[in-house]
Design a protein around this ligand. Structure first.
Ligand code: HEC
Ligand code: HEC
Length: 364
C-alpha cells in the first residue's frame, strides 16, 4: 500500500517538475525570441515588407510628395459617384465601361456589336481617359466642336470618337444616336465639365517632348523594345489576350490587330510622347524611365513594323497643314517622306519658320 502511495507521490512530483521545466523552457525561448526581434527589428521589417514589382520601381513616396504639391496644378477627373440623377449616372458609367473595356462590348467577340480590332480605348487613353499626360480627355468637352486640319472641317465629339474607332481601333464608327455613342459622349463631356469653354486642362493629352538633333533610329529602337517592352507586348508585337480571349492583357503594338497607319499613334512624335511618359506601364510622368532618345527610337522601331493600312485620300486637304511627322506625302516643303517620318525634324522646323518669315501675309 505504502509503496504504491509513494510511487503515486513520486509520479505526482515528477509531473510537476516536468511541467515546471517545460514552462521555464517556453519562457526562455520566448525571451530569446523577444531579444532577437528587438535586436534585428529592422532586418525583420525589411524581410516582411513586400518587394516592389521589378518593372516599376517604387516611387510612391515621391509621388505622394508630388500629389500634395506640384500635382495639384493638374486637372483631376470629377467623381462619377457624385452624380445624383440615377439615369445619368448609369449612362456615364456605361460610357466609362465602353472606354475601359471596349473589346468586351465592341471588339471581334463584342457583346453589343463587332466593329473594332480588340483594343480598348483605354489602352491609349489611360485610366479610362483620366490619367495626367496619359492622353486623357480633360480638354475634349471644352475644345470641341473644333476645326481640324486633318479633315479640313469642323469636328464634333462624335466625329472625333469615330476617328479613333476607324483608325486606332481599325474598325468602323458608331451611329451618333446609338446608346453606346451617347454614353461615350456623355462620359467624355462629364470628364471635362469643369474646364472653361475654349481652355485646355493642365496635363491633358500628351506631354511635349523635345526633338532629337538626329533622325530617330529604328535599329537602336529595337534594342529598347527588346529590353523594356517585349516582356509585356511580346517579341512579335502582337500583345497577349486574356484567358477568355475577349480582351487584351497587353495590347498589340503592331501586326493585323493593332492601330492602322491612319491613326494618331502612327506619328512618331505622338508615340514617343505617349511612351516616354507612360511606359513601361505604371510610370508617372514626373519619373519617366525612357530617355528622350529611347522614346524616339522605340517609336521609330514600332512604327517601322507592319500594320493595317487605311486609305484616307481626304486627309489633310491643305498639305501645308500636315504635321511635321506626318509620314505620307505630298508635302508643301522639299523634304522626303523618310525625313518626315523619322526626322531629323529641326531642319524642317527651320524651313517652315523661314517660309513664314519670308511671306508673313500668307496664313496657311
Ligand atoms: C492606339 C491608340 C489609341 C486608341 C486605342 C484610341 N485612341 Fe483616341 N487618340 C489617340 C491619340 C494618339 C490621340 C491624339 C491624336 C492627335 O492629337 O493627333 C487620340 C485622340 C482622341 C480624342 C481627342 C482628344 C483631344 O483632346 O482632342 C478622342 C475624343 C479620342 N481619341 C477618343 C477615343 C475613343 C472613344 C477610343 C476608343 C473607341 C479611342 N480614342 C481609342 C490614340 C488612341
Ligand atoms: C509591364 C508591362 C508593360 C511594359 C513593360 C510595357 N507596356 Fe506598353 N502597355 C502595357 C499595357 C497593360 C497597356 C494598356 C494599358 C491599359 O489598357 O490600361 C500598354 C499600352 C501601350 C501602348 C498603347 C496601346 C497600343 O497597343 O498601341 C503603347 C504604344 C505602348 N504600351 C508602348 C510600350 C513601349 C514602347 C514599351 C517599352 C518602352 C512598353 N509599352 C512597355 C503594358 C506594358
Amino acid at each position: 500500500m505504502k509503496k504504491e502511495g509513494n510511487d503515486a507521490f513520486d509520479q505526482g512530483m515528477l509531473s510537476v517538475i516536468q511541467q515546471l521545466i517545460s514552462a521555464i523552457s517556453v519562457l526562455m525561448v520566448g525571451l530569446i525570441l523577444l531579444t532577437l526581434v528587438f535586436v534585428f527589428n529592422d532586418e525583420i521589417t525589411l524581410l516582411l515588407t513586400p518587394k516592389p514589382l521589378p518593372e516599376v520601381p517604387d516611387r510612391s513616396e515621391e509621388a505622394v510628395v508630388l500629389a500634395s504639391s506640384a500635382e495639384s496644378v493638374y486637372w483631376i477627373a470629377p467623381d462619377i459617384t457624385t452624380i445624383s440623377d440615377q439615369e445619368k449616372r448609369a449612362q456615364i458609367n456605361y460610357g466609362k465601361q465602353l472606354i475601359a473595356h471596349t473589346a468586351k462590348y465592341l471588339g471581334p467577340k463584342g457583346s453589343v456589336k463587332a466593329i473594332s480590332n480588340g483594343m480598348n480605348c483605354q489602352n491609349c487613353h489611360l485610366e479610362a481617359g483620366t490619367k495626367v499626360f496619359g492622353n486623357n480627355y480633360g480638354s475634349v468637352a471644352s475644345t470641341y466642336p473644333k476645326f481640324r486640319a486633318r479633315s479640313g472641317a469642323e469636328e464634333d465629339i462624335y466625329k472625333r470618337v469615330n476617328d479613333c474607332f476607324e483608325r486606332s481601333l481599325n474598325g468602323s464608327g458608331l451611329d451618333s444616336s446609338s446608346k453606346e455613342m451617347q454614353a461615350i459622349k456623355s462620359y467624355i463631356e462629364f470628364l471635362g465639365k469643369e474646364v472653361p469653354k475654349g481652355e485646355k486642362a493642365e496635363g491633358s493629352g500628351l506631354k511635349e517632348l523635345p526633338y532629337l538633333d538626329r533622325a530617330a533610329d529604328v535599329a537602336k529602337g529595337k534594342l529598347v523594345y527588346v529590353d523594356k517592352c517585349q516582356s509585356c507586348h511580346q517579341a512579335n508585337g502582337a500583345g497577349l489576350l486574356n484567358a477568355a480571349r475577349n480582351e487584351y492583357v497587353y495590347p498589340p503594338l503592331w501586326g493585323k490587330n493593332s492601330y492602322n497607319d491612319g491613326a494618331g499613334l502612327y506619328r512618331v512624335s505622338n508615340f514617343a510622347k505617349y511612351a516616354k511618359y507612360n511606359m513601361p506601364l505604371g510610370v508617372h510622368h514626373s519619373f519617366p524611365q525612357l530617355s528622350d532618345e529611347e522614346a524616339w527610337d522605340v517609336a521609330a522601331f514600332v512604327n517601322s513594323q507592319s500594320r493595317p493600312h487605311k486609305d484616307v485620300p481626304k486627309d489633310w486637304p491643305d498639305i501645308a497643314k500636315k504635321p511635321i511627322d506626318h509620314p505620307f506625302g505630298p508635302y508643301a516643303d522639299g523634304f522626303t517622306e523618310q525625313q518626315h517620318k523619322y526626322g531629323p525634324f529641326q531642319p524642317i522646323v527651320a524651313a517652315q519658320q523661314k517660309q513664314a518669315k519670308d511671306s508673313p501675309g500668307i496664313k496657311k
